[in-house]
Design a protein around this ligand. Structure first.
Ligand SMILES: CC(C)(COP(=O)(O)OP(=O)(O)OC[C@H]1O[C@@H](n2cnc3c(N)ncnc32)[C@H](O)[C@@H]1O)[C@@H](O)C(=O)NCCC(=O)NCCS
Ligand SMILES: Nc1ncnc2c1ncn2[C@@H]1O[C@H](COP(=O)(O)OP(=O)(O)OP(=O)(O)O)[C@@H](O)[C@H]1O
Length: 198
């Protein structure tokens, strides 16, 4: 069983590629979902976030208003690093537990850890191979504006909070070019699955 760390910048296409890999038989762990799970109302990380950023990050039902929190932290290095220090240790623990559980089931040909911050958070140690989704910055910005209705400025602030593609390439075992059509990407994924997983 191969453990793949799927990473790439914001809106590079990780979720789209995860879905393709799922159809081929991989089990997916989504780091964004795990990070959400450790910040549910009442959890230790939720308490710390409210203490650090105030009640204004909460919705009426006490869940975190992620759009608001995003606007606070992206563009402010200190605040982003405080958020990371609160959320990452717990999220990584959950991910580690999930991987070891899935390994013991021995049921899947591949486990895919879809994690935008795989490299930044040292989760590379948890996987056998790093697959990097590569797109140029302008494509990221265009897709972000389309998908999330961000302004160009909001999109750029999120991009700037992340390690550059060049740095990530140094760590990658496989580079997937997702600047072409969805069909071209599917073909790359099919061929990678045949060569590296099957
Ligand atoms: C800041 C938050 C509230 C914004 O939430 P929102 O729903 O708008 O975005 P979502 O979580 O879906 O993330 C979207 C994308 O933003 C980028 N991103 C998210 N967190 C970070 C971060 N800490 N640093 C850099 N980029 C990030 C990633 O590319 C991610 O795929 C949220 O992203 C968060 O709590 N982040 C901290 C946890 C984290 O680092 N998650 C990443 C996986 S470990
Ligand atoms: N090859 C492609 N051609 C055109 N649009 C694409 C392509 N691949 C992905 N997209 C679109 O680009 C957007 C970003 O893709 P996706 O959501 O898969 O990225 P992501 O890396 O998971 O994003 P995030 O880091 O925010 O979680 C989506 O709206 C998706 O439908």
């Amino acid at each position: 069983m191969l453990i793949i760390g799927l990473t790439g910048g914001i809106a590079s296409g990780k979720s789209t590629i995860s879905k393709l890999l799922k159809r081929m038989g991989a089990k997916i762990i989504d780091a964004d979902i795990e990070a959400k799970a450790v910040t549910k109302p009442g959890t230790p990380a939720w308490e710390k976030l409210v203490e650090r950023f105030g009640n204004e990050i909460l919705r009426h039902d006490n869940t975190i208003d992620r759009r608001k929190l995003g606007n606070i932290v992206f563009g402010n290095e200190k605040k982003l690093s405080d958020l990371n220090n609160i959320v990452h240790p717990q999220a990584i623990k959950r991910i580690e537990n999930k991987i070891s559980k899935m390994k013991s089931w021995n049921k899947y040909k591949a486990i895919v850890l879809d994690a935008p911050l795989l490299i930044e958070t040292n989760m590379v140690d948890l996987v056998d191979e790093v697959w990097l989704v590569a797109v140029d910055k302008q494509t990221q910005i265009n897709r972000l504006i389309n998908r999330d209705n961000f302004t160009e400025e909001q999109a750029k602030a999120r991009l700037q909070a992340q390690m550059s593609l060049e740095e990530k390439k140094k760590v990658a075992d496989v580079i997937i070019d997702n600047t072409g059509t969805r069909r071209q990407t599917r073909e790359q994924i099919l061929s990678l699955w045949e060569k590296r997983v099957k």
